[in-house]
Design a protein. Structure first.
Length: 311
């Protein structure tokens, strides 16, 4: 999978007549090529995170600029032309008359903020089956159902929600609902999973479980994870790459190390230090320990660093 954004601008309210249009996303350029990236997208409320990620599966299309998304089987090109845009799709090397989005959406799965609000079927099983049934290329209805059911049961096993399959989605707890909604996206086996603030409202255990599940998907199944979060502790522990947005612009795209070591960058983008780094910084300052490396991103590493110093 290759995703390339070239100077993408997006305006929710674009009008040709207006001289000074407001762009909610401005000149966003980025490239995602690897199969096992774990990208955190961060930035203040209203900075354009949700707007940016909705372009990844073409829920939103650029007002100006272009996007290319390529896979073994398909190649999408979208050029923004003000209110219009020009989308082309090559499927297995052939240009399609209608640039349908199904092939793309089965490969790039998008989990919205509060995805549990989108559960609607009678049972959890049916809800998880919805995606794979919809994306299936099977012509026969029975076969399609059968395959979707198998995929749903597989993912339910993996996400430890098998016991919930016969329940109504509305009988579940908030955390369970969230898992079911994510399972519904994963059941189509996308290569890239994009999640908008998936841990908001979860309790600490539910949050940890979900994040570790995503980490496993990334490390074991080599899925690219793109996670929108405002939680710097999550960035510290999980991100391999960080994209920072500020007032619709990408102000940083790189490693977490470089980000957290750049005080101005954090300040200018209204971002905090991860709490573990902050704690080590305070310790270093209060106890005047010059040789302590405060850039440790999890408790075990921080513990080892303190042990190393105290020897
Ligand atoms: N549906 C919409 N219509 C008009 N403006 C919107 C809409 N959604 C978001 N915006 C505006 O676009 C900007 C970026 O919003 P958003 O992408 O939701 O930011 P974030 O996810 O970082 O909080 C904000 O100024 C927001 O008010
Ligand atoms: Mg948002």
């Amino acid at each position: 999978m290759g995703i390339k954004f070239s100077e993408v601008k997006y305006s929710y309210t674009y009008s040709k007549k207006k001289k000074d249009n407001c762009y909610n996303l401005e000149d966003a350029s980025l490239q995602i090529d690897n199969n096992d990236e774990f990208i955190c997208v961060v930035g203040h409320t209203g900075s354009g995170k949700s707007t940016l990620i909705q372009h990844l599966n073409l829920l939103l299309k650029p007002t100006f600029g272009s996007i290319e998304i390529k896979d073994d089987d398909f190649e999408y090109r979208i050029n923004g032309k003000g209110k219009k845009n020009n989308t082309t799709l090559m499927l297995k090397g052939k240009k399609q008359k209608l640039p349908i989005l199904k092939p793309l959406r089965s490969k790039i799965g998008l989990v919205f903020q509060f995805p549990e609000y989108q559960l609607f079927e009678e049972t959890v099983l049916k809800d998880i089956m919805f995606g794979p049934k919809n994306f299936s290329s099977q012509k026969k209805k029975e076969k399609r159902e059968e395959e979707a059911k198998e995929k749903a049961i597989n993912i339910a096993n993996k996400m430890q929600i098998k016991d919930l399959l016969d329940l109504s989605p509305f009988e579940l707890s908030g955390g369970q609902m969230r898992r079911v909604a994510i399972a519904g996206i994963l059941a189509s086996n996308p290569d890239v999973l994009v999640l908008d603030e998936p841990t908001v409202g979860l309790d600490p255990i539910g949050k940890k479980e979900l994040l570790n599940f995503l980490k496993d998907l990334n490390e074991k199944d080599h899925k690219t994870i793109i996670l929108v979060t405002h939680d710097m502790d999550v960035v510290a522990e999980y991100a391999k790459r960080v994209i920072v947005l500020n007032k619709g612009k990408i102000t940083y795209d790189g490693s977490k190390d470089e980000l957290f070591k750049n005080n101005d960058l954090l300040l200018n983008n209204n971002l905090d230090y991860p709490s573990i780094v902050l704690l080590l910084k305070k310790l270093k300052e209060k106890l005047n320990i010059k040789e302590l490396d405060e850039y440790q991103y999890n408790i075990d590493d921080a513990f080892n660093e303190i042990k190393r110093w105290s020897k």
